[in-house]
Design a protein around this ligand. Structure first.
Ligand SMILES: *[C@@H]1O[C@H](CO)[C@@H](O)[C@H](O)[C@H]1NC(C)=O
Length: 189
């Protein structure tokens, strides 16, 4: 191949890459448009466009994996707060409850991610596995919300309360979006 030939090849493959990325980001945008927090959905998933392509299974797996990873880091954060010195007993109690709830949430999400991979295997009962995933992710979301609510009262002091609430809020949004994408996926199947 001459110089011109390789230049053409480079340009063509660059255009194809852009085309694929564009199609994938449109796919992500339109799927996210039906979630409760579309902007969070698009910004958190767009970075995975090349992994998601336009594959619905890959989209829900990535969304769920993101939610699991956020839960794990939030769990670590709550555990760290729990070890702070000089906590009031009410703060300590709220953190302890929260650590338990988020621990449950992490377990449920981890189980859901495994169950989700069964959905794409031939001969497996899609409806059964996806309904398990829907149930567990929905319980995980309830756990996150309960944990956040524990910090809404006036009893707790500013800093811890604000940072826990902020991370719980973000986590709950990401998990709610994952659930909504899973529900869409289940309904379309
Ligand atoms: C979540 O973390 C795992 C393990 O570190 C990683 O393999 C996976 O890609 C992460 N998921 C996302 C959506 O970033």
């Amino acid at each position: 191949m001459g110089k011109l030939g390789s230049l053409v090849m480079v340009v063509v493959s660059a255009c194809m890459a852009v085309g694929i990325a564009g199609a994938s980001s449109n796919f992500i945008k339109s799927s996210c448009s039906k979630t409760t927090y579309p902007a969070v959905c698009v910004s958190s998933l767009s970075v995975y466009a090349s992994r998601i392509q336009q594959d619905p299974q890959s989209l829900v797996e990535t969304a769920l994996s993101l939610s699991l990873n956020r839960s794990q880091s939030t769990k670590a954060f709550v555990a760290k707060c729990n070890r702070l010195k000089g906590l009031k007993s009410r703060e300590y109690a709220a953190l302890k409850d929260c650590a338990e709830e988020i621990g449950d949430s992490v377990d449920r999400l981890r189980r859901s991610l495994k169950e989700l991979t069964l959905c794409k295997q031939q001969g497996k009962d899609f409806a059964w596995h996806i309904s398990n995933v829907e149930t567990w992710v929905s319980s995980a979301l309830t756990d996150d919300t309960t944990c956040g609510d524990g910090f809404s009262g006036k009893a707790l002091s500013g800093k811890i309360k604000d940072s826990i609430r902020a991370s719980m809020l973000n986590l709950a949004q990401v998990t709610s979006n994952a659930l909504s994408l899973i529900n869409q996926y289940a309904a379309k199947h």
